[in-house]
Design a protein around this ligand. Structure first.
Ligand code: SAM
Ligand code: MG
Length: 216
């Protein structure tokens, strides 16, 4: 097949989804990934869990680690109240470009801002350069060797407050044991595991919610 899957996903959305309708964009991406080509979005099954945690948290300030094509950013944005913001970080320039177009097509570009570069660079800049005080909700869905390092960076940069919610994808497949050990045993988080399945596949996976209890 010619070209990149991410571009084909975007083309499929532009052809088949309703401009300005984020639910239609989410559904059309799921349709593409179930019926045409698999892709690494959080997907429709785990997406329902993501929706529930976003709704119960009702966040104003959201950070996403790992944008890919913007699926989860659009998914989260469609549930947020007016004035809420998502800063989503993506280091792959092709993915960042597709995501910006996806987000614009879905009509949530006033809510979602793609920060192109690495989480290691952006997390320490959030307070000074992006007007962040503390984070209400963080979705971790980037490379798995970064979850623990970036969680510790969020802690060190004092971006977490009592009640900040971390939600981590892929804690069973491929699994993130060092991150799970940290949030489950350091005493600063209340953790809940949500069993589910790998996106668009019949294989076990889960999300982990870790609610920061504050600095002891
Ligand atoms: N959250 C997206 C969704 O559900 O639609 C899927 C994200 S995909 C699984 C992971 C993305 O994280 C990839 O596009 C990858 O380039 C990006 N990524 C990985 N490590 C990163 C890092 N340290 N900083 C920024 N982006 C990163
Ligand atoms: Mg994932």
């Amino acid at each position: 097949m010619e070209g990149l899957k991410e571009q084909r996903m975007l083309d499929f959305v532009v052809e088949n989804a309703v401009r300005g309708d984020p639910q239609s964009v989410v559904d059309t991406i799921d349709n593409f990934c179930r019926n045409k080509e698999w892709a690494m979005n959080v997907g429709d099954e785990k997406g329902l869990i993501l929706d529930e945690v976003v709704k119960e948290t009702d966040p104003l300030m959201v950070v996403e680690l790992g944008t890919y094509c913007g699926y989860s950013a659009v998914r989260i944005a469609r549930l947020l109240k007016p004035g809420a913001r998502i800063l989503t970080m993506e280091m792959n320039p092709v993915h960042a470009s597709v995501a910006r177009q996806m987000i614009e097509f879905a009509g949530v570009n006033n809510t979602v801002h793609v920060l192109e570069g690495s989480t290691a660079d952006f997390i320490p800049q959030l307070k000074q350069n992006y007007g962040v005080d503390t984070l209400d909700f963080v979705f971790l869905d980037h490379w798995k060797d970064r979850y623990l390092i970036d969680t510790k960076l969020l802690e060190e940069c004092q971006l977490l407050r009592k009640g900040s919610v971390l939600l981590a994808d892929n804690v069973v497949y491929p699994g993130i044991p060092d991150f799970l050990e940290h949030v489950r045993t350091c005493g600063r988080y209340d953790c809940t595991n949500y069993p589910s399945r790998v996106q668009y596949m019949n294989k076990e996976d889960a999300l982990e919610k870790a609610v920061f209890k504050g600095c002891l």
